[in-house]
Design a protein around this ligand. Structure first.
Ligand SMILES: [Zn+2]
Length: 352
């Protein structure tokens, strides 16, 4: 071969090596970009569940009566027994659904609601088959206290912090039609959820008075705004999002390890960054995994808009054969959960 050609091949190879090195440098950023792209897509797709509802202003409908024992007295058909009324508190959307048998056509015409409209952003009624459904949109996350006496349902809305010593929101990444990375037939959404469900077991068994709200405990896909608002509107002490990482190309590589993203704009003393470090240290210790370190995360919507200390944990790399095998293993998932649980406890000891 001509010497000139050989020379240029050498130069080209050198240039390509530099390009690959630069790409590798930005490796950890790649999953962040993927999350961002998914966010934008979801935002465009989301139209909202309550689009079909006809809402009325609570202050128009609720007859102000501060003399009641409960905050709200909701009139219902006299014939209803307690078993014919179901109350569902959907924390993720801060909506309370009151379903009752023998729904009427126009509830607001036939029945009255008395008490205080404070904390109620909007009120709606619709028929679902034979059932009537009253939907109350609340201004934040509340726990409910309810009592039924013939023809009247009494409700009180209680701030979680009045019940629990601490409040935590835990988010399993992705879900439903947004699987995250899919490697060797395993999707990120199921690993994220499996780890969160192990974490839930630990909290359910714990004697500590900690209120924990989950953005999802099954294969659902709340919007990014719903995920972060669950943290903001419960004024959570900590917000943790559980994810797993992938290489830039999506191809299997040697890169493995744990990484935690934080909000760099949070300059408070008990900051997102400090909490992220606690998470990283604890998960790495439980795992013996490689620490890739902390990563600025304000490019991610749920990190940027969180009003509470947030950490997004990338537990491991799904694009590393060895680590993917581990991540699929229920024992390893339980260990990840233990690491995160330990981190939360340590953060509380530090005053979060
Ligand atoms: Zn993810």
């Amino acid at each position: 071969m001509d010497e000139k050609v050989l020379h240029w091949i050498t130069v080209l190879m050198g240039a390509m090596t530099i390009v690959v090195c630069v790409c590798l440098y930005f490796f950890p950023d790649v999953h962040a970009k993927a999350v961002l792209a998914a966010e934008q897509q979801m935002k465009e797709e989301y139209t909202g569940d309550n689009a079909a509802l006809v809402s009325v202003s609570a202050s128009d409908v609720v007859e102000q009566d501060k003399g009641l024992d409960a905050q709200l007295e909701i009139g219902l058909p006299q014939s209803l027994s307690e078993e014919q009324i179901q109350i569902e508190n959907d924390y993720v959307t801060q909506t309370v659904y009151i379903r009752f048998a023998h729904g009427v056509a126009d509830y607001f015409e036939d029945y009255r609601i008395r008490g205080s409209s404070d904390h109620i952003a909007a009120l709606s009624y619709y028929k679902d088959g034979e059932e009537g459904v009253i939907a109350l949109s609340l201004d934040q996350v509340y726990e409910l206290q309810s009592k039924y006496e013939t023809g009247n349902l009494y409700l009180d809305f209680i701030d979680p912090h009045d019940i629990y010593d601490k409040v935590v929101v835990i988010d399993a990444g992705h879900g439903s039609r947004a699987p995250g990375a899919v490697k060797n037939g395993v999707s990120e959404k199921s690993i994220d959820l499996a780890i969160v469900l192990e974490l839930k077991k630990l909290f359910d068994e714990s004697d500590d008075n900690i209120g924990v709200y989950y953005t999802r405990t099954s294969d659902t896909n709340p919007t990014f705004d719903q995920r972060v608002q669950l943290a903001n509107k419960s004024h959570a002490d900590l917000f943790i999002s559980v994810h797993n990482n992938s290489s830039a190309s999506g191809n299997f590589t040697k890169t493995s390890g744990t990484q935690v993203m934080y909000s760099e704009s949070d300059k408070s003393e008990l900051s997102s960054k400090r909490f992220a470090k606690i998470c990283l240290d604890n998960v790495v210790e439980k795992f013996g995994s490689r620490s890739i370190g902390l990563l600025e995360g304000d490019s991610i919507y749920i990190i940027r808009t969180s009003e509470v200390p947030v950490a997004l944990i990338e537990v491991g790399f799904m694009t590393n054969y060895e680590e993917l095998d581990k991540l699929k293993d229920p024992e390893y998932q339980a260990k990840a959960a233990e690491g995160i649980y330990q981190a939360i406890m340590e953060a509380f000891e530090e005053g979060y």
